[in-house]
Design a protein around this ligand. Structure first.
Ligand code: NAD
Length: 336
């Protein structure tokens, strides 16, 4: 069985990454588009066989409720718009895939979860690494005890910013800086690699506020995570260097990924250093995006919770809020 998706926001990710991925899916089809740019939406619709009657804009979006060919709304908008469009989609009776970060506050995440629950719709967050073969193999080997007892986790994630006028560098639209955008990969990986939830954070921010890119949002933020088992996580998030690295160190060896969470080219080593490179078995879909898109369809059809549901997005946002608070107060912040 296949279900139809409408992609909201035809920008770099929605149009550049998600729209072409329906061709790789087994259970998902592109059946709708939501954009403020009608001409662009018509071009994309023609190219991907989407009927023009299934094109919406931000004003008439709610009438998507009357369209039986659209089952799921995929929110690919700036972060501050995730909550509004998720809630509107749920009220229109649609299931929701929402990009990371889930929203710009934990309160918004809670409202999104409540709206989807009230409408009896599924909510999933676009954490594509949970469907990426190399990351899945790294998780499997960590859980299987191949490196013994985990002792520490490290991850650096960065993405160099250019144009200071972009929404990513505007606090109101992005909700924050590098941590909201790329640092969340380090945080999410700390949780999926250890299989634990942090109990406290300690963070330190370093931003050159005279740099026009960083008038409103942070550049570098370094954070430590304390886990119940005693594992320490140490993460770096930045907007002034490109990096994608994960390391889990155990008492019998290490699991290392680099690049760890990008679109392609992932590499994985397991052992004492980088002597043994691992080729992972195939992931659940043809690509990480196909696996992600089809997972939500299968969860809807089989009535089960997505492995990266709204609860998973909310957990990250609660920790992100604690990280920002810790950096501001220069103090350890406990997580309930
Ligand atoms: P983008 O700037 O390329 O696209 C944003 C889209 O939103 C554009 O089509 C723009 O026209 C539209 N938009 C509507 N209202 C807007 C407003 N007020 N201001 C700015 N744009 C507005 O951004 P993107 O890179 O596509 O990011 C969109 C979302 O996808 C973000 O939440 C981002 O974190 C997420 N993302 C996820 C990944 C991933 O790998 N999972 C990668 C990139 C982006």
């Amino acid at each position: 069985r296949t279900l139809g998706y409408a992609v909201v926001g035809l920008g770099g990710y929605g149009l550049g990454r998600i729209v072409p991925e329906f061709a790789n899916c087994a259970h998902s089809r592109l059946t709708g588009l939501v954009s403020g740019d009608r001409a662009k939406a018509e071009r994309v619709a023609a190219e991907h066989g989407v009927p023009t009657r299934n094109i919406y804009d931000y004003a008439n979006f709610d009438s998507i409720a009357d369209n039986p060919n659209i089952d799921i709304v995929y929110v690919c908008l700036p972060n501050s718009m995730h909550a509004e469009y998720t809630i509107r989609a749920a009220k229109a009776g649609k299931h929701v895939m929402c990009e990371k970060p889930m929203a710009i506050s934990s309160a918004e995440c809670e409202a999104m979860i409540a709206a989807c629950k009230a409408a009896d719709r599924k909510l999933m967050i676009g954490y594509r690494c949970h469907f990426e073969a190399t990351n899945l193999e790294a998780m499997r080997r960590a859980r299987a005890g191949e490196i013994g007892t985990p002792r520490y986790f490290r991850s650096e994630h960065g993405f160099v910013q250019g144009d200071p006028t972009k929404w990513r560098l505007k606090k109101a639209l992005a909700g924050g800086g590098s941590l909201m955008d790329i640092g969340i990969y380090a945080l999410n990986a700390a949780r999926y690699m250890t299989g634990e939830e942090p109990i406290a954070v300690y963070a330190h921010e370093q931003t050159d506020r005279s740099d026009p890119r960083f008038h409103e949002v942070e550049d570098m933020i370094e954070f430590q995570l304390e886990f119940p088992s005693g594992v320490i996580g140490s993460c770096m998030s930045m907007y002034s260097a490109n990096q994608s690295h994960i390391l889990l160190m155990g008492d019998k060896g290490r699991i290392e990924l680099e690049p760890a969470t990008g679109y392609s080219g992932h590499r994985l080593w397991v052992g004492r250093g980088r002597e043994t490179e691992i080729t992972p078995p195939p992931g659940p879909g043809k690509t990480q995006w196909a696996g992600q898109l089809d997972h939500l369809v299968q969860c809807i059809v089989e009535d089960r919770e997505p492995i990266v549901s709204g609860t998973e997005g909310l957990r990250d946002l609660r920790i992100i809020e604690a990280i920002y608070r810790s950096a501001k107060e220069r103090a350890r912040v406990g997580l309930a």
